[in-house]
Design a protein around this ligand. Structure first.
Ligand code: PA5
Length: 485
């Protein structure tokens, strides 16, 4: 298979026990804490078998009780969505996503995205990774017609919601002016999640007050995304929103696997991202997963290496060490993916996101010198999107930086990354590199699909069903019971 220049890769050789090494205390420690290459070879075989099983799961029409829930729809969804769009253009699911997102975009200068868990993290990861950090502060003309975006409904935080309303009330006083109009995308697959439902109720009230109860704006400025049958859908229909203006999250795609459904694609389109490139990246990763041998298959490599680290090398903490501020939200998305998918039956690695170099000044001490309970996956972006900022020469050299004057910020980051890896190796702390050539829709599509597929493979290796999240239901039941009393 021909890989595009933008292909992401997983470099795990640094955490294998070196083949030939003279005895030193550090070499001895590495032989205990790093992966024996033979063991990885054996697991690679099993991972290939698991791939066959995951591929077969996609074809199942009748799901046996012992395999439920099985939400394998996410695997083929990106390619399917692209194919349908090619054939049916505006009437395809992607056509509808783009046209409804566009309608909202043309009508408002601010959009509030409501959702929690899988109905929040994916969109927020894309926003942080691919838009300017100061998007919401940019003048309209520099946002190319895209609205400012605010994420809410991902908590029960009275003051945070209040502050959002205050800001909207201050900025928007004339609903007939597009620059002073705001809208809502409400996302909930079940349509029954209390956090999102309560936030929607409050925001709906706020909208009716601002636009007026009989204003035509309301129906045009609310874009619901929910399951085929849900309380949210019923409510929106009762409010006069056409069923065809409510976008579906397919039944066979679980919440935390839903970033390539309208739950992630509508916010992406609102942001002005290239949604097709995102889907193409994800579809490419699915093909790589299904077709490539272990040696060229980052999904199988990542799943196998990390599975062995947590189950056989006693490394229950899985650190995703992201080397860009713009990837912190992606880390939170992965935290949910891993925790809810594999944290079952007393098993599962504990995910932890660290942002470098920031956290080298906080968690760094513990990674280097604390308990030997971690495996570190560095997520490194090779080329920045913007031109490199140089250190440069200065007449006043009191800071002693003239010696590095030809170096740039990316040079410093690269030195910190290699320096940290060397230090981890020297003290027998296993670390691997997941390398993204650059941050783009195509690479984010690949990366997110890769991590979702790897999580499913890892679950199957562990004998844990990666779909469903029965543990989350307990607090919900208790909360609702308490509210009734
Ligand atoms: O992965 C999951 O299914 C969950 O984490 C959900 O995404 C989360 O609970 C939100 O659910 P809903 O989209 O139904 O509001």
């Amino acid at each position: 298979m021909q890989l595009p220049d933008e292909a992401i890769s997983y470099h795990y050789q640094g955490l294998l026990v070196p083949q030939v090494e003279e005895w030193t205390p550090a070499a001895e420690a590495r032989s205990r804490h790093f992966l024996p290459p033979n063991r990885l070879k054996e697991i690679a075989q099993r991972a290939m078998q698991v791939r066959g099983q995951v591929a077969a799961d996609r074809e199942l029409r009748q799901i046996p009780a012992e395999m439920q829930p099985l939400d394998a729809g996410f695997i083929d969804l990106p390619q399917k969505t692209l194919d349908q769009h090619r054939r049916h253009a505006e009437t395809s699911p992607l056509g509808r996503i783009l046209s409804l997102a566009n309608r909202l975009r043309e009508n408002v200068d601010a959009a509030v995205i409501l959702g929690i868990g899988g109905s929040h993290f994916g969109a927020s990861a894309l926003f942080d990774a691919l838009k300017s950090r100061y998007h919401n502060n940019l003048p309209i003309k520099d946002r190319s017609g895209t609205p400012r975006l605010f994420f809410e409904g991902d908590n029960v935080d009275n003051d945070a919601l209040h502050e959002l309303f205050e800001m909207l009330q201050l900025a928007c006083v004339e609903p007939d002016v597009r620059e002073e109009r705001w809208g809502v995308v409400v996302i909930s697959k079940s349509g029954a999640t209390l956090e999102t439902a309560v936030a929607y109720r409050a925001i709906r009230r706020e909208m009716l007050e601002y636009y007026g109860h009989h204003s035509p704006y309301f129906n045009r400025l609310v874009l619901p995304i929910t399951g085929e049958s849900s309380k949210l859908r019923d409510l929106c229909k009762a409010d006069g929103i056409a069923d065809s203006d409510i976008l579906p999250i397919p039944d066979d795609v679980g919440g935390r696997f839903s970033v390539f459904t309208p739950a992630g694609l509508v916010p992406a389109a609102l942001m002005g991202l290239d949604v097709r490139a995102l889907l193409l990246g994800a579809a490419t990763m699915t093909r790589r997963f299904l077709e490539e041998p272990f040696e060229r298959n980052p999904v199988l490599q990542y799943a196998a290496v990390n599975y062995l680290m947590s189950t056989e090398q006693d490394k229950p903490i899985r650190v995703l060490s992201v080397w860009s501020k713009k990837l912190e939200a992606l880390g939170l998305w992965y935290d949910q993916l891993l925790a809810e998918s594999l944290g079952k039956n007393g098993q599962g690695p504990t995910p932890l996101t660290a942002v470098q170099t920031r956290d080298l000044h906080s968690r760094g001490q513990q990674f280097q010198d604390g308990r030997r309970d971690k495996v570190i996956n560095n997520l490194f972006v090779k080329s920045p999107a913007h031109s490199a900022i140089p250190i440069g020469m200065m007449d006043h050299n009191q800071d002693d930086l003239n010696q590095y004057n030809r170096k740039t910020m990316p040079d410093i980051l690269s030195a910190a990354h290699h320096g940290a890896n060397q230090a981890y190796f020297d003290s027998a702390r296993p670390a691997a590199d997941l390398v993204i050539p650059t941050l783009s829709e195509h690479t984010m599509g690949q990366l997110m699909q890769m991590l979702m597929l790897a999580t499913v493979v890892e679950g199957r290796l562990m004998g844990v069903n990666p779909y469903g999240q029965p543990g989350v239901e307990a607090y919900k039941r208790n909360m609702r019971n308490l509210l009734k009393t």
